[in-house]
Ligand binder design. Structure first.
Ligand code: IDP
Ligand code: MG
Length: 135
């Protein structure tokens, strides 16, 4: 089985949408194998998003992801689980995300786009290791 990392971001938890988001992945056929409601600390957030460290929005992104509890999850499926998750998430900018996707149905702002999913098998392994080192 193949695993990936998902986070229902603080905006999703604030709006009471963590259950809705998790349910969409479950209905697709993915299995929830780990979950924890946790406020991510700043150094963990900076490590998680290190690929964006040089971007102008990095500070704002770290402020956002650490502003309150996020629902951190690991999902498992038969293959390419990261890709299945990304398809259900929709485009990064919710204004461009297709209807039927999480971001397309539930969000408007790029800075409050509800959900994170690893973008490949290597980042899935890396991010599971950051957030669930004992898994
Ligand atoms: P992804 O979440 O779809 O993988 P990334 O390009 O990895 O998108 O960006 C990480 C997160 O950074 C996005 O989900 C979004 O919250 C934020 N972000 C990306 N681009 C911008 C931007 O241009 N302005 C503000 N925030 C951004
Ligand atoms: Mg990304």
């Amino acid at each position: 089985m193949d695993r990936t990392f998902v986070a229902c971001k603080p905006d999703a938890v604030e709006r009471g949408l963590a259950g809705e988001i998790i349910a969409r992945f479950e209905r697709k056929g993915l299995k929830l194998v780990a979950a924890e409601l946790r406020t991510i600390d700043r150094s963990t957030a900076e490590k998680h998003y290190e690929e964006h460290a040089s971007k102008p929005f990095f500070g704002e992104l770290v402020d956002f992801i650490t502003r309150g509890p996020a629902m951190l999850c690991v999902f498992e499926g038969p293959e390419d689980t990261w890709k299945v998750v990304r398809t259900l998430m929709g485009a990064t900018n919710p204004k461009e995300a297709a209807p039927g996707t999480i971001r397309g149905d539930l969000g408007i702002l790029m800075t409050e786009n509800l959900v994170h999913g690893s973008d490949g098998p290597e980042s899935a392994q890396r991010e599971i290791g950051i957030f669930f080192p004992n898994l």
